[in-house]
Design a protein around this ligand. Structure first.
Ligand SMILES: [Zn+2]
Length: 74
């Protein structure tokens, strides 16, 4: 995959998290749980972790991954 920012080849791999990951419209101060219908809880497994197949650009720092197809690590 080519980086949408700089056009260079991106490196394939896995974005791995051990905790919750949320993409929220505004920065929540305490809980990451959705407060707005635009908020997305990306990784929900606080104890087992979640892995996402994706691509990274080490030039720009951009990471692209499919948040709907997360895999449980255990
Ligand atoms: Zn790039």
């Amino acid at each position: 995959m080519k980086c949408p920012e700089c056009g260079k080849d991106m490196q394939a791999g896995f974005l791995q998290t051990q905790k919750l990951v949320a993409f929220n419209k505004t920065r929540h101060k305490i809980s990451l749980n959705p407060e707005d219908d635009k908020d997305v809880m990306i990784a929900r497994k606080a104890f087992t972790g979640t892995d996402f197949q994706g691509f990274i650009c080490k030039e720009c720092g951009l990471v692209v991954f499919d948040y709907k197809n997360g895999m449980s690590r255990f």
